[in-house]
Design a protein around this ligand. Structure first.
Ligand SMILES: Cc1cc2nc3c(=O)[nH]c(=O)nc-3n(C[C@H](O)[C@H](O)[C@H](O)COP(=O)(O)OP(=O)(O)OC[C@H]3O[C@@H](n4cnc5c(N)ncnc54)[C@H](O)[C@@H]3O)c2cc1C
Length: 547
């Protein structure tokens, strides 16, 4: 035996090849179906173009941007305060690709076209698969528009920049910028969900501006060109636009105290800030801050739902890809009956998530024209945000398990998806807050209940388990006794019923019935992989990721 041969211990075999570049739109029939069904089919070319990028070059960029976390640079080398966040070049490239694809403004650029919000929902869903962190400034930039319209003069200054497809990271006044980005600051140390406890003060100045003194405990994407922030003015809690750089080119008095050391979301910077007399402009009226900023939050909540659905989709793609190449006990894992059941069950959950999110996007799109759709958007955003985001962590863990040990190793995207997965259920109103919001909608806007059950009317008689649950829900909503304490159970069931209804209406191959029976029927289980084994599970997996 030669010396060289002594070092040859084994041949590497039965290990999959990494997922090659793919088009995340053309390989996703469930997404295409949901977008088409909800009026966004005309955006297929834009979605296919972005899907080609998100499934290829952005996968590598996402990896780099998350391995190299942003760093706070408080001072320049001469000791001057600069409050800058330094990002890896991959982050900037991700932002560039996303803004070129109009992830941050497609709905507004095409606002006269029915379905524009649905197409944009598809864009951000694709964008969230290689990296979730950049979706944070992108969703806030998109969502700021309805709130900004409460201040026509500010909208006139800022909207033309927001409507551009250029990513411009330079620190400069808005007038000198190509594109611009927005963030939002509500959460303070003494209260996040309960923003009425905000203590940041806003002092009116003779020139019509305000001076803000106080802090924000969570302030994501601090390098955005402006943030909408809540602060206490003389007339009560109010919403302000606070630019990073003032029109004269000086840095606004916003000190970034430190960056948060987060569980995940590593490509994105989240900070703690102090406002040391920062200049801001009032949006809407004093004392009406919450209703104004809620217009922004309603849209970011929809994007939380889409973001969690995107994380689940990417985890599913990885699981299917891996199990199709790895064999154990003489057969490919993907052909083993029990693994096939797990994959098919994950595929159903993924499709149900995107189906519900796109249905809500359609309601948002139609809200201006149709009061029934506005009511549906109002309540279904909170319902979907609660449930779709809640499902993501367990889903990713199950997908990790499909890969075995490799799924737990950092060279793989799954650990990153797992760290990211809990975030959407926490920010933009945590789970309980969403459930309470559903109750608030039912109480104050009874038309939301009508819109909800009108949506379900169309599937009456289609599936026994679904019919039973709709009847249960009506009774549960009408029983006001201890409804708050029961609201998680009720909202979860409503979300699942809505998902089943979407799939029964439109998905092929009895997917909707299978989902309804697995999630709502007497044999419903907690774990994935418990579908009726007599169903054509191979076909469901094939639909989820065509060969
Ligand atoms: C990575 C990251 C980035 C963030 N970025 C931003 C940002 O850019 N801007 C911003 O403004 N905020 C941001 N946040 C803050 C986030 O929105 C808040 O953390 C969240 O809204 C919860 O507020 P809180 O942390 O103060 O918790 P609390 O308000 O103390 O809530 C704690 C728990 O109590 C529950 N709860 C609250 N009220 C009730 C009730 N009446 N009944 C039952 N349960 C209740 C909540 O659902 C939650 O589960 C970020 C958070 C994270 C983790």
């Amino acid at each position: 035996m030669s010396v060289k041969a002594q070092f040859v211990t084994h041949v590497v075999e039965n290990q999959p090849l990494a997922l090659p570049a793919y088009n995340a739109w053309t390989t996703d029939p469930a997404l295409q179906n949901a977008v088409e069904r909800n009026g966004g089919g005309w955006g297929a070319a834009a979605l296919a173009a972005h899907g080609a990028t998100t499934g290829s070059v952005m996968m590598e960029l996402g990896d780099q941007a998350n391995r190299n976390k942003p760093v706070l640079r408080s001072f320049d080398r001469y000791g001057r305060r600069i409050d800058e966040v330094e990002f890896h070049p991959a982050y900037h490239q991700l932002m560039r690709h996303a803004m070129q694809a109009e992830v941050h403004n497609f709905s507004w650029r095409h606002q006269d076209d029915v379905g524009a919000h649905v197409v944009r929902a598809g864009l951000i869903y694709l964008n969230g698969q290689p990296d979730s962190g950049t979706n944070c400034p992108l969703t806030m930039t998109h969502a700021v528009v309805p709130a900004l319209r409460n201040a026509p003069a500010l909208a006139k200054t800022w909207l033309p920049h927001l409507l551009k497809a250029d990513y411009d990271p330079q620190v400069a006044p808005v007038a000198a910028k190509a594109g611009c980005t927005f963030g939002m600051g509500m959460t303070e140390k003494q209260g996040g969900s309960d923003v009425r406890r905000n203590t940041t003060r806003a002092l009116a100045q003779p020139d019509g501006t305000y001076e803000l003194v106080g802090h924000k405990f969570f302030f994501s994407a601090p390098m955005c060109d402006a943030h909408l922030v809540l602060a206490q003015a003389e007339g009560g809690l109010s919403c302000f636009l606070m630019p990073r750089v003032l029109p004269d080119g000086t840095l606004n008095a916003v000190r970034i105290q430190r960056l948060k050391d987060k569980l995940g979301d590593w490509s994105n910077a989240s900070s703690e800030v102090e406002f040391q007399g920062a200049t801001a402009w009032l949006i809407g009226e004093e004392g009406r801050g919450v209703p104004v900023i809620i217009e922004m939050v309603a849209l970011t909540r929809l994007d939380c739902m889409l973001g969690s659905a995107a994380i689940m989709r990417q985890a599913l793609v990885q699981a299917i890809h891996h199990t199709r190449q790895r064999s154990a006990f003489g057969r490919l894992l993907s052909d083993q009956p029990l693994m096939q059941n797990v994959l098919a069950d994950l595929a159903l959950e993924s499709e149900a998530s995107v189906a519900l999110a796109m249905r809500v996007a359609r309601a948002v799109d139609a809200a201006q024209r149709d009061p029934g759709e506005a009511a549906f958007a109002r309540i279904a955003t909170a319902i979907g945000k609660y449930w779709v985001c809640k499902r993501a962590p367990g889903f990713v863990n199950e997908a990790q398990e499909c890969l075995g040990g490799i799924g737990y190793v950092e060279e793989n995207i799954l650990p990153r998806l797992y760290r990211q997965a809990p975030l959407n259920s926490i920010w933009e109103g945590s789970g309980n807050v969403q459930c309470l919001d559903v109750l608030r909608a039912l109480r104050r806007e009874p038309e939301t209940r009508e819109a909800l059950f009108a949506e379900l009317q169309g599937v009456k008689g289609e599936n026994r388990a679904l019919d039973d649950q709709i009847a249960w829900l009506k009774a549960a909503f009408d029983d006001h006794n201890s409804l708050e304490g029961r609201s998680r159970a009720v909202v979860e069931r409503t979300a699942t019923v809505l998902q089943a209804a979407q799939l029964i209406k439109a998905a092929p191959d009895r997917i909707g019935d299978l989902f309804a029976e697995a999630r709502l029927g007497p044999e419903a289980s907690f774990a994935y992989g418990t579908l009726d084994p007599h169903a054509d599970l191979g076909r469901i997996v094939e639909r989820a990721m065509p060969h």
